[in-house]
Design a protein around this ligand. Structure first.
Ligand SMILES: *Cc1c(COP(=O)(O)O)cnc(C)c1O
Length: 409
């Protein structure tokens, strides 16, 4: 991670310290770019003493975020995981109920399902887009559920199925129309995890505006960052109100300290929101930049035995993490080897997440016919694609990947 240069008051000098810091030649997988109005807006918070969870930047951040997505309500909170926790509560997911999620993702959404004491049901992903496979969801619901007193029951576990939680991974969107029509048919709520795909489009519409409620993250490795932060988005005014209530300690009367429910201290601070506002000003530029890197990598790598990231016909991807799948015949040339060799040369790369359904807390949960997830996990590697990645750094990544793989074709 990048060290902070506390002596640098304006972005020019922070550029300089950044360049000095990077002189050791390491290229990180995904680092933020902080070169806009962040210093100015945060300084305003510090100068005016509005540093905590009240202050105009929080409201302003929510407003521009909702505007960007074309959605009615956005509720800022401390991180993406907290956003998921609240979204599940607001959607009415109860203890012992089940939520369908893809098995290829960061662990946070599965954890959030456990926070409300519900259970994840793990589904496979589509081999081309690597996103939750709607056909499998359909097949599972058709073959293995029944209704009991108006509730949908998983015939295998006996539990009530309440919601589907599609996760738009790596900057690409899930095929949402079939998911939404399945959800309508079976009366399930749809909670989108859009934490990795801010700015991605599905049939021209932004992800995070498609389901009943959605979640975003502004962690340091995401396309925009507030240090840590999250957002809940929905068109449902009651749900938005409830999300705001639960993230702010469930205050029924702030003067008298009346709380009629157990709430959470999940509200984003004004300082973080100030950073979010500055980062949102750059989002369009960042997306264009990431798409350019992906196009360039795809051109340069197309002679190698790699499955390169593509966009489905209905998607516009941000290529948040540029990820390739190794299709090499030579056994030595596997993703582990490429990963180690790149690392020896100061280039950070990373496999996809260990399949969630095999993790210790989730091994005993129900999973449905998973195969693609494991083969992707075995063979996939994400390469550096930060919004600040210079042409020279890109060239170094390209040259090294070609050199390392070239030896073992
Ligand atoms: C990053 C991420 C989250 C969690 O976001 P945080 O802000 O780090 O809590 C949730 N889901 C997925 C798929 C993520 O990649």
């Amino acid at each position: 991670m990048e060290k902070c240069s506390c002596t640098a008051p304006i972005s020019k000098s922070s550029n300089l310290s950044r360049a000095l810091y990077n002189q050791n030649g390491k290229i990180p997988l995904s680092e933020p770019l902080i070169q806009g109005n962040e210093w100015k807006y945060i300084k305003e918070c510090l100068d005016t003493n509005w540093v905590s969870s009240s202050g105009h930047y929080v409201n302003h951040f929510e407003k521009i975020f909702a505007g960007y997505l074309g959605i009615k309500y956005a509720v800022a909170c401390i991180n993406g995981t907290a956003a998921l926790h609240i979204a599940l509560l607001v959607a009415g997911v109860k203890p012992e109920e089940e939520v369908l999620i893809p098995a290829l993702s960061f662990v946070a959404p599965a954890n959030a399902i456990r926070y409300v004491r519900a259970w994840p049901v793990f589904m496979d992903v589509d081999p081309l887009t690597w996103q939750m496979d709607p056909q499998r969801v359909q097949e599972f619901l058709k073959d293995h559920t029944r209704y009991h007193r108006g509730r949908l029951i998983n015939k295998i576990t006996g539990k009530v199925i309440k919601a589907i939680l599609p996760i738009h991974i790596l900057g690409h969107s899930v095929d949402m129309d079939p998911i939404l029509s399945i959800a309508r048919k079976y009366n399930l709520k749809v909670i989108e995890d859009a934490t990795e795909s801010l700015g991605a489009l599905y049939k021209g519409r932004p992800v995070g505006s498609l389901g009943d409620i959605a979640c975003f993250s502004f962690n340091g490795n995401k396309i925009i960052t507030t240090g840590g932060g999250g957002m809940i988005t929905t068109n449902n005014s009651l749900w938005a109100e409830r999300a705001r209530y639960l993230t702010t300690q469930a205050k029924d009367d702030s003067v008298e300290s009346i709380h009629n429910e157990i709430g959470y201290n999940y509200r984003l601070s004004n300082i973080q929101a100030a950073m979010g506002v500055a980062q949102m000003e750059k989002l369009k530029e960042y997306i264009e930049f990431k798409r350019k890197i992906a196009i360039r990598y795809n051109e340069k790598f197309n002679t190698l035995p790699l499955m390169l990231p593509k966009e489905a016909s209905w998607a516009k991807s941000t290529f948040w993490l540029y990820t390739v799948v190794l299709n090499t015949k030579n056994k030595k040339m596997n993703r582990q080897f490429l990963w180690k060799e790149l690392s020896k040369n100061g280039i950070e790369s990373r496999p996809l997440w260990y399949p969630t359904y095999r993790l210790k807390p989730y091994r005993d949960c129900f999973s449905y016919k998973i195969s693609i997830v494991d083969s992707l996990y075995e063979k996939a590697l994400s390469l550096p694609g930060s919004v600040g990645l210079t042409r020279i750094q890109q060239d170094r990544v390209i040259r090294l990947v070609k050199e390392i793989m070239g030896h073992y074709l």
